[in-house]
Design a protein around this ligand. Structure first.
Ligand code: NAD
Ligand code: IPM
Ligand code: MN
Length: 351
């Protein structure tokens, strides 16, 4: 039994998570996996109504009572400082020590590429460090609101934190037959933190002589990802650079609506979510693409050991794309719900 906590969250989060749930229900009905669900109300509405972002007892339950969390999105214009989203999403990443943010980018069809000469097999994964960097929250503001205001946000890296994410990237490369790992950093301008990254990267790389390793300044890396994305295989980078690179990566293979992600610790704990946010402008339009959420559910199944179920979901998404059952962001005319229903139906049919 895979015990799944659902946090639909804000904006289009509930819309896309409803479809991911529909697909998971189809997986369970087909006997491909045993699943149980519990839904949590946490998000902007809950915060505005109760003042609670993510309470201690909820955190403990999410940690102890479930095998995985599946989250829609958090972020709402009524909470301009984004406090609830930081407590919920970043809070879970930090407190559960989900140090790997795994964000795959594979071009499923040449027509989804925004690039000229699109018939190239783009297929790389980002290993984003998920517990350090600019996201620590350390820092502060003095003389707030005056012309003399000073604001500091501290960026930190630890040898331990860098080593474990770099090692995770090389291990993944080794186990999946990928032959190159690229580090994205900015050591030329920010020598302390990224100098540590470079040294640790080189140390770990030595243990994997069969895997090519390369270090790239992130500005040139971004340039090259657009110019020749097909040459990249595994990219490892820090929290902020990984956040930025993963939206670019999504766009290279069909857009935000299609991109899944996994936040996990190999020793336990996992949170799955589409890369996209709550897209408030799409709320109520029925046009949010649920495929990123559905593919995040596929990653959940895969990591939980239901590999056949995961492959079926992935194949059903490909089949929907082949059949043109897709939302407007991909050029289609289907609604969020129609896409979810079609994919769920496909899983039932394939038996
Ligand atoms: P966003 O990802 O919500 O939207 C960026 C662009 O992608 C928009 O044009 C949007 O319309 C489009 N888009 C996003 N998801 C889509 C989908 N499923 N189908 C079709 N198009 C889609 O990013 P943003 O506008 O910068 O952020 C909106 C809010 O979401 C903010 O509050 C932000 O903090 C939050 N956010 C949350 C998460 C998360 O929960 N994991 C991730 C990113 C942003
Ligand atoms: C993401 C999001 C989050 C991040 C935000 C909502 C805090 O952009 O998951 O990519 O920056 O990590
Ligand atoms: Mn992001």
């Amino acid at each position: 039994m895979i015990r799944i906590a659902l946090i639909p969250g804000d904006g289009i989060g509930p819309d896309v998570l409803r479809e991911a749930r529909r697909v998971l229900d189809a997986v369970a009905a087909a006997g491909l996996a045993e699943l149980s669900f519990e839904e949590f109300p946490h998000g902007a509405d809950h915060y505005l109504a109760t003042g609670e972002t993510l309470g201690e007892s909820t955190f403990v339950s999410l940690r102890d009572d479930f095998d995985a969390i599946l989250l829609g999105a958090v972020g709402d214009p009524r909470v301009p400082d984004n406090r609830h989203a930081r407590d919920i999403l970043l809070g879970l990443r930090f407190r559960l020590d989900l140090f790997i943010n795994f964000r795959p980018a594979r071009l499923r069809s040449p027509r989804l590429s925004p690039l000229a000469g699109a018939d190239r097999p783009v297929d790389f994964v980002i290993f984003r460090e998920n517990t350090e960097g600019m996201y620590s929250g350390a820092g502060g503001t003095i003389r707030a609101g005056t012309p003399n205001e000073v604001a500091v946000s501290e960026c930190f890296a630890t040898h331990f934190g860098v080593e474990r994410i770099v090692r995770a990237a090389f291990e993944y490369a080794q186990h999946t037959g990928r032959t190159r790992v690229t580090l994205g950093d900015k050591a030329n301008a920010i020598p302390h933190v990224y100098g540590l990254w470079r040294r640790v990267f080189d140390q770990v790389a030595e243990e994997y002589p069969d895997i090519e390793s390369e270090k790239r300044y992130v500005d040139a890396l971004v340039m090259d990802l657009v110019r020749r994305p097909e040459r990249f295989s595994v990219i490892v980078t820090d929290n902020l650079l990984g956040d930025i690179l993963s939206d670019l990566a999504a766009e290279l293979v069909g857009g935000m609506g299609l991109a899944p992600s996994a936040n996990y610790n190999p020793d336990g704990g996992a949170l799955y979510e589409p890369v996209h946010g709550s897209a408030p402008e799409l709320v109520g339009t029925g046009t949010a693409n649920p495929m990123g959420a559905i593919l995040s559910a596929a990653l959940l199944l895969e990591h939980a050991g239901a590999t056949d179920a995961s492959a079926r979901v992935d194949a059903a998404v490909d089949a929907a794309l082949d059949a043109g059952v897709e939302t407007a962001d991909l050029g289609g005319t289907s609604t969020t719900e129609e896409v979810g229903e079609w994919i769920a139906g496909r899983i039932a049919e394939d038996l």
